[in-house]
Each structure stands twice: as structure tokens, then as C-alpha cells.
Design a binder for this molecule. Sequence first.
Ligand code: SAH
Ligand code: SF4
Length: 394
Amino acid sequence: MIRGRTTREPSAARRDLLGLTLKQLEEWFRELGEPAYRARQVYNWIYKHLVTDFAAMSNLPLSLREHLAREATIGQVTVRSEQHSKDDRTRKILLELADGRLIESVLMLYPPLRGSSARATVCVSSQAGCAFGCTFCATGQMGFERHLSAGEIVAQVLHFARELRAAPWRARGLPGSQPIDHITNLVLMGMGEPLHNYDNVMQALRILNSPEGFNLGARHMTVSTVGLPQGIRRLSQEGLQVNLAISLHAPNDELRAQTMPVTRKYPLAEVLAACQDYIAATRRQVTFEYVLLAGVNDSPVCAHQLGELLAPLKQYAHVNCIPVNKTAADYRPPGPEAIRRFRDILFQHGVSNSVRAERGDDIDAACGQLRTRFVAQQRSPLARSNTAEPARSR
Ligand code: SAH
Ligand code: SF4
């Protein structure tokens, strides 16, 4: 299903409050001649009540509400298109930024499993486009447009938080399971490279982590990176308990360079040295993402090489095997047998691993796909009337 919807008129001239920490908001209020507690009230309205409109902030004087409406915004993004998978566990939106750029965000809903509660994970973009050009990635094929501001990153999370608050989700076919009405996890696995936009990403994570604000635990956040050594080391010093995922996707430089041009700048040895430093500083496990491309990087030889590469990290390394999602590029995911064999070899090397379940198999859930299709539809009047064809999710 594709739907168009407008949430608000973007305005570049007004101050976007979603990009500010509580401290910064208090400073801005001081500049307006308002006491700090007013900033805390506004913060509360934005992150606890999830309002989008200053008019709703009923404990603020009317004159202040009107002033804020003229001077500030609560997010500057507009939903241009939306897709829900048939089972409604994957929802994807295309957002237009104030300057007309397009980005994607995804909500993934997981039913309660073996006594654990249900999860609602938002996958956000950190940039419009991406500079790293991985060959299997739809975003990588667009090139780099610009970094997202902290407010544009926060806005993606709040969009889905409001949606769930207004209509809590309950897994179909699981009578008695508790509905879920809030975001439980955040992954930076949408468009863009988060560590290339380091400061804005960290600012957004701190805003979302703030107990006075959205209050999402850092342990429920995951930064996924193509593997930028300086960024990995910097992250290890932040004192923020976020999870780190490294996009490895090949066990040696020669093969990796074929799909991930960044390898020429940062060979695997440098990426892994940064991971060793990260582990030494944080004592936290690192996830290594491995997109399985049939006939390219899924052989037993590759599995053995990967096992040897990661075995020295011992219990601190976990591999997440991800059957590739089809994009414009001509890659195929391996069959279940090849995946099983690959994983068994990793286990033989003592490397823990899992396989990512496919999601939203009837929507364009691999990041970059919805935008690619949307832009094509805008260009072709004939295609505009068509709905989405089946695609696979990341
Ligand atoms: N730039 C960061 C984060 C965004 S991509 C990074 O590369 O890690 C998030 C994850 O999706 C990465 O592991 C990326 O390699 C993977 N990915 C990209 N294209 C994919 C595809 N077509 N199928 C499956 N995973 C894909
Ligand atoms: Fe960029 Fe990540 Fe896509 Fe590579 S996989 S092109 S780093 S978004």
C-alpha cells in the first residue's frame, strides 16, 4: 500500500526544537527571556506527550505558544509515501526534508517471544544518500547528498512513536499478547553512514536517550557502520552504552574491495584493530554484519576465513548473517542449505552467529528502494498509478 500524507509545512527559517538537548532548549528559552522551567515543560510535551503542535501545550501562556509557533518547529519532515507489509510487521515511510531531499525510515514490529515482551524497532537514516557506494546497497548507488541534522534523525523516531501511541500494535494470531504502544529499539541502519555524520548522530542519540525526554536506553540503540576506524574509536570514548555493528560482508580485502570501495581506504586489519580498541575500552560485544551474496562471499572458504579473522575477538564477536535483499544490482541470496553450512563453519571456529529473519517481503524494505521507486514514479506519469510490486526486506 502506498499513501501520500502531509504532516506539516517545512520551514527552514524557524528553529527546529527536535535538534536540541534540554540544556540547549533552556539556553534558547533564556535568550527569549523565558524561565528554564518553560523549556522543561516544552520538552515534556514534545517527548512524553509526543505533541506536534505548540497550541496543544496547555500549561504555557497563549502568547508564548503563539510566539513559539512563529519562531520554532517540532520537526521539519513531511511523509510523502508509506508502505505497510501485509502482516503489518514492517512499515516503511518516505520523508521529505525541508530542502526537498528524500529519506526513508522503517518500523519493525516483533511479537513477544519465549516470555520476552514485544519489540518495536525503528530503523533511521543518518544521511540523504551515502558516500560509500557499496555495490549491493540501493542507497550506495545514489551517491551522497547531505548529512541529516540531529533534529531530522530524532523526527524519524518520533513519527513512529506517535503512530504507535495513537494505535498500539498487537501481533495477529497471538490472542492475549500485550499490545505495544512505544518504541523499544533504535537502529541506525537506514540510509547513510552514521559515523560519517558523527556529531549530529551523537547529538540525536543523546536527545533520544535523555531521561527528561524520550528516555530510550542506550543499550537499545545500535550504530551500524561501514567501518570507519576513527569513528569507532571515538564512539568507544563516549561513555554511551550503545551497540556497535560493523558491516564486514567479506573476510579478506580483495573480495571486500569488490563490493565495498571503502576497503581501499581502510583495509580490514585497520577496521579490526579499531574494534579491538573499542572492545578493550567498553568490554562490549561487537556485531559483525555479513550480507550473504550467493556465489560471491558465501563459500565454505569464505566462512573459514571469516572464522579465523574473528576468532581472536572470542566472545566479543557476533556475526549476523543477512541474506541479501534484491536491489537493482544483480545479487541473489543463498539458499537455506548454503546459509546453514556457512554458519556451521563459523560455529566450528567458536564464533557465535545468527541469521537475520526476512521482513516485509511484500514491500521495498531494503533502504533506498522505496525512494528509488518513488523518484521513478514521479518521473513517469504512467507508473504513478501503479502500486508497489513485491520486493524483499533487508
Ligand atoms: N552505512 C551503515 C548503515 C546503513 S546500512 C552500514 O553500512 O553499516 C545498514 C546495513 O544494511 C549494513 O550492514 C548494510 O551493509 C546492509 N545492507 C545494505 N544493502 C543491503 C541489501 N541489499 N541487503 C541486505 N543488507 C543490506
Ligand atoms: Fe552506505 Fe551503508 Fe549502503 Fe554502504 S551499505 S553504501 S555504507 S548505507
